[in-house]
Design a protein. Structure first.
Length: 158
């Protein structure tokens, strides 16, 4: 039977020298700032190692959401509304403290490690035949989580 705490502990030790990414969380402009034209921002709230569909932090585990690159606000022409939204989000991250071009993870969801550890399911993790499995594709492909982590750490080291 798999032990999620052991898998995560081993992964954290092996990832010690691998750079982390920052997770961002949106915040509305404060009342005073709004009065002077302040805009909402995405602020850094945590650091994690990005391993495909999961983000492994020092103490927490998250399911990967969307990823943007921070960029200063610029006036641009867009052919699609989705491009305009992503550019606005990139500006929010830049205003919130992310460096120009830095990766910002948004829309992530914390995985309940305690629930998964006792046989439950959360985010991309679930159990099958005494093994923790990860759903690594929207099509529903499952893989043993320990093997998935090993494969992703090998890729992160390259």
């Amino acid at each position: 039977m798999d032990d999620l705490a052991a898998i995560l502990g081993d992964a954290r030790a092996r990832l010690r020298d691998v750079p982390t990414v920052r997770l961002g969380l949106g915040r509305r402009a404060r009342m005073v700032a709004r009065a002077f034209g302040g805009k909402p921002v995405i602020e850094p709230v945590a650091r994690a190692h990005h391993l495909g569909v999961v983000l492994i932090g020092q103490e927490k585990l998250w399911a990967t959401g969307d990823i943007i690159r921070a960029a200063p606000d610029e006036r641009r022409g867009f052919t699609a509304e989705s491009q305009r939204v992503r550019a606005y989000m990139s500006g929010m991250a830049f205003r919130g403290g992310f460096a120009d071009g830095e990766t910002c993870h948004i829309d992530w969801e914390e995985i309940d490690v305690a629930a998964v550890s006792v046989g439950g399911a959360d985010g991309p993790l679930s159990w099958r035949d005494d093994r923790i499995m990860v759903r690594w594709s929207p099509a529903g492909f499952l893989m043993p989580f320990s093997e998935y982590v090993d494969e992703r750490i090998a890729l992160a080291g390259d």
